[in-house]
Design a binder for this molecule. Structure first.
Ligand SMILES: *[C@@H]1O[C@H](CO)[C@@H](O)[C@H](O)[C@H]1NC(C)=O
Ligand SMILES: *[C@@H]1O[C@H](CO)[C@@H](O)[C@H](O)[C@H]1NC(C)=O
Ligand SMILES: *[C@@H]1O[C@H](CO)[C@@H](O)[C@H](O)[C@H]1NC(C)=O
Ligand SMILES: *[C@@H]1O[C@H](CO)[C@@H](O)[C@H](O)[C@H]1NC(C)=O
Ligand SMILES: *[C@@H]1O[C@H](CO)[C@@H](O)[C@H](O)[C@H]1NC(C)=O
Ligand SMILES: *[C@@H]1O[C@H](CO)[C@@H](O)[C@H](O)[C@H]1NC(C)=O
Length: 889
C-alpha cells in the first residue's frame, strides 16, 4: 500500500533531530506554558508553569518561602500531603484535528495522577520515569479544550500501596528518624531520595516535570531512532546498528536510506512497516576506505561525532520522513576473568580495546525540584567533573534518570556514565502492575539513552544485593526465599531481560556493589557482595584513621567511598540566620541527615588536627566548616591514591584496582554531605584536590610498616615514560628545602603504577641534619630525564599537623590585582602553610589552585570569576585561611 502524506516525529529525542523541509513538517502542538494549579479544597488557586512543580509554583507566587530555608522542609510537609490539580485550556487547529491520529504525550508526570480531557478520563499515571501517550483525537474540540491532571499525594499513595500489600513486609518501612522523611517510598516509582535521604530533604511534591504536547499524524510516527556502533575484530571494521521504533496506523511500504556522509557510507532498502508500534533494525556497514575517528573518554582523546541521516520515502518517491542523529564509534567491554591462581576475577573496563582506570564520582539529583535543574546547572557541574580530571560519573539509583542535556554534555566532555536503574537501598514489591510499570520505564529509558557513547554500562540497583546478602532489614531466615525470588524476578527476569533485548551492546550488572559474574553464579545474591576479590565495592568507615591506607579494602573497583564535610558559610547563609551558625545549633542538627554525622566529622578531624577553639563564635564556626573540608579532602585523597597505586599490584590475590569513584559529586541542598561540590556549584577543598589526585600522571607516597617511604609513579597515559622521584625535606617553619634526594630513572609503562623510590624515612631525616618526624615534612614530584616535571607535586606528612613543631601562626598576606587573564592573588608567607584556602564568599568562580600546601614564600593564584567583579569587590570578599589560623588564639 502506498502512503502519501505527512509523517511526524518526536522533537525531544536526545540525539535525534528532525529536519524540516517541504512536505515534512512535524505537527506538534506544545501545551507547555502557564497552567492553573489548585489544591483539594481550592484554598490555593494559582498560575503555574509547565514544566514545573507545585513547590516552585507556590514559591514563585510568593505563597511560600524558599523551601530550603531553615526548617521549611518540615513546615511545608502539608504541600506533599495535599492533592493538587494542574489544568489548562487550549484551542487546536483544524489541520491537527483532521489527522487520523492525535496523541496526548506527557513526558514526565510526578507521579500518581489521572488525566482528564474535556471531562473524560484518558488515562492514569504512576511512574515519574516514563512518558505517557494517550490517543485523544475523538475528544478534541476546536476551542476551549480543558486538560486536567489530578495528582494524588505521593505519601498517601505509598501508604495505600503498602497497606494493600498485606502478605509480607517490603522493608524498610520508613527512613531513619534522623532523615525526617516519609515512609514506603519503595512502593512508588518516584525519585527514591524525594522521601528523604542521608544527604537530602523530604519534598515528595507533585510535578509535570517534563513537557506536555499533542502530536498528530495520518499514517506513521517515528517514536525513537537509536544507533549502536558495532566493531568486528576479525575484519577491523565498523558498522552501525540502527534501531527505529515506529508507530504505524496501517501497513506501509517505505524505501529507507541511511547515510553517514562524513564516512562515505550509505545504504538503501525497502521496509514493510506493520501496523502498531514495532522495532525495525537495520545495519549500515561503514565504508572500509573511511577513517573512523573514535569517541574517547576525557583525557584520552577526542569525542568525535558523525551525522547519521535517515530518510524514508514511499515507493513513488514521496518523502515520508527525514531525521538525523549524532553517532559515535567506541567499544566497551567489562573484563571479568581469573587474575591468578587464587580465587577471584578481574573487574575493569576496556574502552576501544584499552584497559582504563575509571576516575570519578557519584551523581545525585542536583535539586529536589527538577524544574530548577537548568542546562546551566548541569553543564557547570559536569564541566567541574571533567576539569577535575574525572572520566566517569555514576548516575546513582536513588535519584532520577537524568535529562537529555546531561547525557549530551557527558558525550561532549568524554565523561563516561555508569547508569543505575532507579532502585536503591530497599526491597521492592513485584505485583503485576508494579512490574508492568517498571518494564515500561526500563524500556523507555534504554531506548532514550542507548545511543549515548558516554553511557558505558547499566546496573539494575544500588546496594540491594548487599542489603539482602548482609541482612540490613532483619528478614527471618524462613522468609528469605521470598525476597530472593522477588529480587531475581525484578532485576533479572524483568530489568535485565529488557536491557539484554533492547541494548546488548553494553555490560549489565544486577547491582552495585556486586561480585559481578560471581554473584550471578551464586544465584544473583552473593554471600558477600563486598568481597574485594570480585566486582565493585562500596566502603565507608568513619572511625578508622583515614590517613592509614591499611584501613581500606584492596578492591578491584571502588564505586563508592567517602567522608562528609560542611559547605561554606556563603552557601549556608541564604538558608540560615546568625543563630544557626554553630555546629551545636538546632539548624546544624536538622540539616545533618546522617546519624552522628557532625560528631563523626569532628572525631575524624581530631585524629590529626586540633579542633577550632576561637572564642569568637562566627570564627569558630567558619573554622569548623573549613576543618571538616580539610579532613574530608585529606581522607578521600589518601583513599583514592591508595586505589590508584594499586592498579598494577596483586597482593595475596587482592588488588589490580581499576576504578575509584568517590561518593559524591554534588549536593541537592545546602547541608553537610559527602559531596565535593556545594549546592550552587562552589568547589569544596576536596574537588580542588581531586584535580590533582585524578591527574593522568601522579606520584603517590606511603610508608610501609617499617617506616620505609615508597613513592609510586601512577600513569594513565597511553605512552611509556621514564621517571624519577625527587623528594625534598622541609621543616614546618621555613619554606626552603633542607635536603633533596632523587631516585634513578625508572620505566613507567602507559597504564601502570610502578614503585620508583624506596628509602627509610629515618635516613631521609638523618640526611637533612636537624629533623624529626614532628619538625619536618616531605614534598615530592616526578620528573623526566631532562628534568621536566610530570604530574602535580605531592607531599607526605610525617606526623599529624596537631603534633607538628614549628607550625607557625599565619602570616600569609594576599594582594589582589587584575592582569590580562583576570583576577590574580599574590600570596606571601614566611613559613610552610598547610591547606591554604582561598574563599571568595558569594562571588561565583574558581581558583586555579586551592587547599594547597604552600611550600614557597610566594605563590600566585588565578581566579576565574563566574560573573563580572572588580578588584575592590573581590578583595573585600576574599578570605585566606590556613591550618595555622586555627591554632592562633
Ligand atoms: C484547605 O487545605 C489547606 C491545606 O491542606 C488547609 O490548611 C486548610 O485548613 C483547608 N481549608 C479548609 C477551609 O478546609
Ligand atoms: C487526597 O485524595 C485522597 C484520595 O481521594 C483522599 O483520601 C484524601 O483525603 C485527599 N486529601 C485531601 C487533603 O483532601
Ligand atoms: C566508499 O568510498 C569510496 C570513496 O572513497 C566510494 O567510491 C565508494 O562508493 C564507497 N562505497 C560505498 C559502499 O559507499
Ligand atoms: C619489616 O621488617 C620485618 C623485620 O625485619 C620484615 O620481616 C618485614 O618483611 C619488613 N616489611 C617490609 C614491608 O619490608
Ligand atoms: C616575593 O614577592 C615579593 C613581592 O612581590 C618580592 O619582593 C620578593 O622578591 C618575592 N620573593 C621571591 C623569593 O620570589
Ligand atoms: C586555643 O588553642 C591554643 C593552642 O593550643 C591555645 O594557645 C589557646 O589558648 C586556645 N584558645 C582558647 C580560646 O581556648
Amino acid at each position: 500500500m502506498i502512503v502519501r502524506g505527512f509523517f511526524f516525529l518526536f522533537l525531544s529525542l536526545g540525539l535525534l533531530e528532525v529536519l524540516s523541509h517541504d512536505g515534512i513538517v512535524p505537527l506538534v502542538q506544545s501545551l507547555d506554558g502557564e497552567w492553573n494549579l489548585w489544591n483539594s479544597n481550592k484554598s490555593f488557586f494559582l498560575p503555574a508553569q509547565v514544566p514545573g512543580c507545585v513547590h516552585t509554583a507556590l514559591q514563585q507566587r510568593g505563597l511560600i518561602q524558599d523551601p530550603y530555608f531553615r526548617f521549611n522542609d518540615l513546615l511545608y510537609e502539608w504541600i506533599s500531603l495535599d492533592n493538587w490539580t494542574y489544568a489548562t485550556t487550549f484551542a487546536v487547529s483544524k489541520e491537527l484535528r483532521s489527522k487520523r491520529q492525535v496523541l496526548l504525550i506527557l513526558d514526565g508526570v510526578d507521579t500518581v495522577a489521572s488525566v482528564w480531557l474535556n471531562g473524560a478520563l484518558v488515562g492514569r499515571t504512576d511512574n515519574m520515569f516514563r512518558s505517557y501517550v494517550f490517543p485523544v483525537r475523538e475528544l478534541l474540540k476546536a476551542e476551549e479544550n480543558t486538560l486536567l491532571v489530578r495528582f494524588l499525594s505521593s505519601i498517601v499513595y505509598a501508604t495505600q500501596r503498602r497497606n494493600a500489600h498485606a502478605a509480607y513486609a517490603i522493608p524498610p518501612e520508613c527512613p531513619p528518624s534522623v532523615q525526617k522523611g516519609q515512609c514506603h517510598v519503595n512502593f512508588i516509582r518516584k525519585a527514591q531520595s524525594s522521601f528523604s535521604w542521608d544527604w537530602g530533604p523530604s519534598f515528595p511534591g507533585a510535578a509535570l516535570w517534563k513537557g506536555v504536547r499533542l502530536e498528530a499524524f495520518d499514517s506513521l510516527r517515528l517514536v525513537h531512532l537509536a544507533a549502536l556502533p558495532l566493531y568486528d575484530v576479525g575484519s577491523s571494521s565498523w558498522s552501525l546498528q540502527v534501531d527505529a521504533l515506529v508507530d504505524a496506523l496501517q501497513p506501509t511500504l517505505a524505501q529507507i536510506t541511511l547515510d553517514l556522509p562524513e564516512l562515505l557510507s550509505r545504504v538503501a532498502f525497502p521496509a514493510n512497516i506493520r501496523p502498531g508500534a514495532a522495532k525495525y533494525t537495520f545495519t549500515l556497514s561503514v565504508n572500509a576506505s573511511a577513517d573512523v575517528r573514535l569517541w574517547w573518554p576525557n583525557g584520552l582523546g577526542e569525542q568525535t561525532s558523525y551525522r547519521l541521516l535517515l530518510t524514508a520515502r514511499s515507493p513513488d518517491g514521496v518523502a515520508l520522513l527525514q531525521a538525523h542523529s549524532k553517532v559515535y564509534f567506541r567499544r566497551i567491554e567489562l573484563v571479568q576473568e581469573p587474575v591468578s591462581s587464587s580465587p577471584g576475577l578481574s573487574f575493569y573496563f576496556r574502552i576501544n580495546g584499552k584497559p582504563l582506570f575509571l576516575k570519578g564520582s557519584n551523581w545525585i539529583p542536583a535539586h529536589s525540584f527538577q524544574d530548577q535543574v537548568t542546562p546551566h546547572v548541569l553543564t557547570d557541574l559536569l564541566r567541574s567533573a571533567a576539569d577535575a580530571n574525572m572520566n566517569v560519573l555514576r548516575v546513582w539509583g536513588g535519584g532520577v534518570y537524568e535529562q537529555d542535556a546531561f547525557y549530551d554534555a557527558c558525550d561532549d566532555l568524554g565523561l563516561m556514565v555508569w547508569q543505575d536503574f532507579m532502585f536503591a537501598c530497599a526491597m521492592y514489591p513485584t505485583e503485576d502492575d508494579f512490574i508492568r510499570s517498571v518494564r515500561e520505564e526500563v524500556y523507555q529509558q534504554v531506548w532514550r539513552l542507548k545511543s549515548h557513547p558516554s553511557v558505558i554500562m547499566w546496573s539494575a540497583n544500588n546496594e540491594n544485593e548487599a542489603a539482602l546478602a548482609t541482612d540490613w532489614f532483619h528478614i527471618p531466615d524462613r522468609q528469605r526465599p521470598v525476597y530472593l525470588k522477588d529480587y531475581v524476578a525484578l532485576y533479572v527476569d524483568n530489568v535485565m531481560a529488557i536491557v539484554k533485548q533492547e541494548d546488548p551492546s553494553r555490560p549489565f550488572l544486577v547491582s552495585s556493589p556486586t561480585n559481578g559474574a560471581e554473584s550471578e553464579r551464586e544465584g544473583y545474591v552473593a554471600s558477600d557482595p563486598y568481597d574485594p576479590r570480585y566486582g565493585d565495592t562500596h566502603f565507608y568507615s568513619y572511625s578508622a584513621d583515614c590517613w592509614d591506607w591499611r584501613a581500606f579494602p584492596r578492591t578491584r573497583f571502588a564505586s563508592e567511598y567517602g567522608f562528609q564535610s560542611w559547605p561554606s558559610l556563603s552557601t549556608l547563609r541564604p538558608v540560615s540566620v546568625a543563630e544557626d551558625w554553630s555546629l551545636s545549633s538546632r539548624f546544624a542538627g536538622h540539616r545533618q541527615h546522617h546519624q552522628d554525622g557532625n560528631e563523626q566529622m569532628l572525631k575524624q578531624a581530631s585524629v590529626h588536627f586540633r579542633l577550632p577553639n576561637s572564642s569568637d563564635p562566627l570564627t569558630h564556626f567558619t573554622h569548623t566548616l573549613y576543618l571538616t573540608q580539610v579532613m574530608q579532602a585529606q581522607c578521600v585523597k589518601t583513599q583514592t591514591e591508595f586505589y590508584r597505586r594499586s592498579r598494577s599490584e596483586l597482593i595475596g590475590g587482592l588488588g589490580n584496582t581499576m576504578g575509584a569513584l568517590y561518593w559524591q559529586l554534588n549536593d541537592i541542598w545546602q547541608a553537610p554531605s559527602w559531596s565535593s561540590i556545594e549546592f550552587g556549584g562552589k568547589w569544596k577543598m576536596l574537588h580542588y584536590l581531586a584535580a590533582d589526585f585524578f591527574a593522568d600522571v601522579l606520584p603517590v607516597a606511603f610508608e610501609d610498616e617499617n617506616g620505609t617511604l615508597l613513592i609510586y609513579a601512577v600513569s594513565d597515559l597511553s605512552q611509556d615514560l621514564k621517571l624519577r622521584a625527587v623528594v625534598s625535606v622541609y621543616t614546618w617553619s621555613t619554606p626552603d628545602p633542607l635536603f633533596t634526594k632523587k631516585s634513578d630513572l625508572v620505566a613507567v609503562p602507559g597504564g601502570s603504577a610502578v614503585p620508583v623510590f624506596k628509602w627509610p624515612v629515618a635516613a631521609l631525616l638523618a640526611g637533612s641534619g636537624r629533623c624529626s618526624r614532628r619538625s619536618c615534612l616531605l614534598a615530592f614530584r616526578l620528573e623526566e630525564g631532562g628534568g621536566d616535571q610530570r604530574g602535580p607535586a605531592n607531599h607526605h606528612f610525617l606526623c599529624s599537623p596537631k603534633d607538628a613543631l614549628g607550625l607557625k601562626p599565619p602570616d600569609i598576606t594576599a594582594k589582589v590585582r587584575q592582569d590580562e587573564t583576570g583576577l590574580v592573588v599574590d600570596l606571601q608567607s614566611s613559613a610552610v602553610a598547610p591547606f591554604v584556602w582561598l574563599d571568595a564568599g558569594d562571588i561565583p568562580g574558581r581558583f586555579d589552585a586551592n587547599g594547597f600546601l604552600m611550600l614557597s614564600r610566594n605563590r600566585t593564584v588565578a581566579f576565574r570569576a563566574g560573573k563580572p567583579t572588580s578588584v575592590t569587590e573581590f578583595s573585600r570578599a576574599l578570605r585566606v585561611t590556613s591550618l595555622s589560623d586555627l591554632y592562633s588564639p
